[in-house]
Design a binder for this molecule. Structure first.
Ligand SMILES: [Zn+2]
Length: 82
């Protein structure tokens, strides 16, 4: 096993699985890894928190899959460009 001081995943691994995590599509193992990273990482936490609130909100609006998909893409692009 390679040495990893915090025993978890890095920011890239965690952020790269952001949407799968929020959609509940990750394996139990990865869900736990990503969650523990978010809890400890001040850089990633705002992203996940924002995404979660955003996704909850647009889903609660029941805009339909097409509009929701467009909004998700826009916010995804914005985050990736940040
Ligand atoms: Zn991080």
């Amino acid at each position: 096993m390679s040495a990893n001081s915090d025993g978890g995943v890095g920011c890239q691994d965690a952020l790269g699985r952001l949407y799968e995590y929020l959609d509940g599509e990750l394996s139990e193992d990865w869900t736990e890894k990503v969650r523990s990273h978010i809890e400890r990482c001040k850089r990633c936490y705002p992203y996940f928190n924002f995404e979660r609130i955003f996704l909850d909100h647009i889903r609660s609006l029941r805009l339909g899959p097409e509009t929701t998909g467009r909004l998700e893409k826009r916010i995804r692009d914005a985050l990736e460009g940040a």
